[in-house]
Design a protein around this ligand. Structure first.
Ligand code: SF4
Ligand code: SF4
Length: 258
């Protein structure tokens, strides 16, 4: 299977998923990138993220490629979360539905590859982290950076060519695919020109500062939102520092790229 076929497979699946009657959320067209499973950056994540951060080969002994994709939320989902201190119902729902979409999409990719005698390992979209340290053993955002999906921003998100409002999924496969090019330039206005900082102003619990991030203060809000939306499954999400920003839907440093 070629790169373009995998991209089409993912795009088509997400488009059809959005159109299902039982699905309330909508997504824009995904961005799909590929990392070499033996990229030396994966080992560096043991220093950068956590000593227990997994390697692709921990999931699949003959891992060749990691497919990483960004599922950008539709504007309606993003705009629903502009007002108030707590996450909107639509944002909370989109969080749950996107996690499920990632699982279903990965199963779909796995099945298609298995038909061609390739193997793959599915990684959950979230909740693969240690609740004490709040550190993930597989950081989709860091893996996204390795694959060239975007660049880390002041709000700790990865800004992609379609902004930072959405979720990242990944799957490890034993099919060799030419890796995508990693991003070198900055996508965040603060990192690029020391301007903006709008995400810091938008933080609802003083967790995000220009020079620090208090993950426990942030997690407090996430858990409150989960209680607030107790009729839904686990919704430990907030997203206030992602919406109503120059980087919500695009790379603001290079607005020509969409
Ligand atoms: S709001 Fe501005 S400073 Fe914050 S992440 Fe986006 S571009 Fe960077
Ligand atoms: S997710 Fe919410 S609490 Fe956490 S840093 Fe962003 S705005 Fe602040």
């Amino acid at each position: 299977m070629k790169k373009v076929e995998i991209k089409n497979l993912i795009n088509q699946y997400v488009k059809e998923y959005s159109e299902r009657k039982e699905i309330e959320s909508k997504w824009r067209e995904p961005i799909v990138k590929f990392a070499n499973a033996n990229d030396e950056m994966f080992i560096k994540l043991k220093e950068i993220v956590s000593p227990t951060h997994a390697l692709p080969e921990d999931f699949l002994d003959d891992a060749k490629t990691v497919i990483v994709y960004f599922l950008p939320f539709d504007e309606s989902v993003v705009n629903s979360n502009l007002k108030g201190k707590y996450s909107s119902e639509e944002w909370a729902k989109a969080y749950i539905e996107t996690n499920q979409l990632i699982l279903n999409l990965n199963n779909h990719i796995k099945k298609k590859l298995s038909d061609l005698d390739y193997r793959s390992t599915i990684i959950p979209a979230t909740h693969n982290f240690d609740e004490g340290s709040l550190i993930s053993d597989w950081s989709h955002r860091h893996v996204g950076y390795i694959a060239g999906l975007g660049k880390f921003a002041l709000n700790n998100m990865l800004i992609t060519d379609k902004g930072c409002c959405g979720r990242i999924g990944s799957i490890v496969i034993n099919l060799k695919i030419k890796p995508s090019q990693r991003v070198n330039n900055e996508y965040c206005l603060y990192k690029s020109k020391e301007i903006c900082k709008k995400c810091v102003q938008r933080c609802v619990n003083n967790a995000l500062k220009v020079d620090s991030f208090d993950s426990h203060k942030c997690y407090e809000i996430l858990l409150y939102n989960d209680e607030l939306h107790s009729d839904l499954e686990l919704t430990d999400a907030c997203g206030k520092c992602c919406v109503n920003l120059p980087c919500s839907f695009t790379n603001p440093v290079d607005e020509k790229v969409k």
